[in-house]
Design a protein around this ligand. Structure first.
Ligand SMILES: [Zn+2]
Length: 402
């Protein structure tokens, strides 16, 4: 969905310059011309409406000089606080909201518990959270929402969200109408990837796979610099890659999917079959660390399933970098939200790490095995920041267009 600003529309060159600056924070006019391939005159025309709107600032007093000419460089700097966005991650347990500036730095955050999963109830909670976070912040101009499942980012419709039990919910339209703010809705893992692409490990990388391990196994793909949405909102479903045709049943109706083996429900179910009832993921990890054979076996199988799944992704799209994350991967106790739900104990999935890597190395074909694999914690604030990054991207891309 597009921004509601009354500002004059940017030319395509202006949009490119604005995108470049929001990503880098500042740049000299010379560097902007070099990086965008535009002439100095085109740069001047591109930045003028953004300078007038207070979104950019020009300074000529930087100590550095402008290339070989020895003149003081004219620096153009993003006024990051001039337009602020609210990012909200929607889960079945809570809403997590942040206010960010144009550089996606978190200025404020708040959470709201969720008791009723109905679309109307959650929309009310989102509107209330947005109102709370924007109080005293007239710079807030747009909202980004991250929701798990099948989301049409172009229309803001949630087609299907299994964890919320939603089908065909016009979430973006409704939140935009009630808040008066431009609203973007994105699949939560793709939102996380958008944040990484702009401000994290994805900067300067054209092919990146981001895999989330938890209740479900999610994946978002950056291929040739573009976030892959898929023809029908489905792409990179690593959770439903076949690992073992004789393996456990998956909720998708198939047998032996990565998610059935490595999702937290699958892990706990197989521990239950081994006689360990009522455990959390943290308990399984603790048992594995102490050498309990069933826990060691179940987590090794889970790690190998994830490694096989990401090798399949790497073989298909040639990812340069693969980030595996989850609420429970390597997080420190201080990072973990108090009510992050089952599987939120620290370092629970670290036991899986060597199995992920060995299965990946075994299955990745040729040079695909050169992909760098990084396991790291995921905090709920990262999800919300990803939603904010989607709102920033939408604001920059559609600046001035109605
Ligand atoms: Zn499946």
């Amino acid at each position: 969905m597009s921004a509601t600003s009354a500002a004059p529309a940017l030319s395509p060159a202006g949009t490119r310059v604005f995108q470049q600056l929001v990503r880098s924070g500042d740049a000299s006019r010379t560097a902007l011309a070099r990086d965008t391939g535009l002439t100095p005159g085109a740069i001047t025309r591109a930045v003028r409406p953004l300078l007038e709107a207070g979104l950019l600032l020009e300074t000529g007093d930087r100590a550095s000089t402008d290339g070989a000419l020895g003149r003081p460089a004219t620096m153009v700097t993003v006024q990051a606080g001039a337009h602020q966005v609210i990012g909200v991650k929607v889960t079945a347990d809570e809403l997590f909201g942040v206010v960010c500036d144009l550089r996606c730095r978190v200025l404020d955050e708040a959470t709201v518990p969720v008791n009723d999963h109905g679309p109307e109830a959650i929309t009310d909670l989102i509107v209330g959270l947005v109102d709370r976070l924007r109080t005293g912040r007239p710079e807030v101009g747009s909202v980004g929402l991250a929701v798990s499942g099948d989301v049409d980012a172009a229309t803001g419709h949630v087609g299907y969200s299994p964890f919320l039990g939603w089908r065909d919910v016009p979430l973006g339209t409704e939140v935009a109408r009630r808040t008066g703010l431009a609203t973007t809705v994105e699949n939560d893992v793709r939102a996380l990837l958008t944040g990484e692409r702009w401000y994290g490990v994805g900067r300067g990388i054209s092919s990146l796979a981001l895999v989330t391990v938890g209740t479900g196994i999610g994946c978002a793909l950056l291929v040739n610099g573009q976030v892959v949405h898929g023809g029908f909102g489905v792409a990179g479903e690593v959770g439903h890659v076949l690992v073992d045709p004789e393996g456990p049943l998956c909720h998708c109706g198939n047998q032996g999917c990565v998610e059935a083996i490595a999702g937290s429900a699958g892990i706990l179910e197989r521990m239950g079959q081994a006689g360990f009832e009522g455990l959390g993921i943290g308990d399984v990890a603790e048992l594995a660390r102490s050498g309990q054979p069933d826990a060691v076996r179940v987590l090794a199988e889970a790690g190998r399933a994830v490694g096989t799944g990401i090798a399949t992704i790497a073989n298909l799209v040639g990812a340069e970098h693969i980030v595996i994350t989850g609420e429970a991967i390597g997080s420190s106790p201080s990072d973990a939200p108090a009510d992050a739900g089952a599987g939120a104990d620290e370092q629970d999935y670290d036991v899986m790490d060597p199995h992920v890597r060995s299965a990946f190395e075994q299955r990745a074909f040729g040079s695909a095995a050169r992909a760098a694999i990084e396991l790291r914690p995921l905090r709920f604030v990262d999800w919300a920041r990803g939603a904010a990054a989607c709102a920033v991207e939408d604001f920059v891309t559609h600046y001035g267009r109605s």
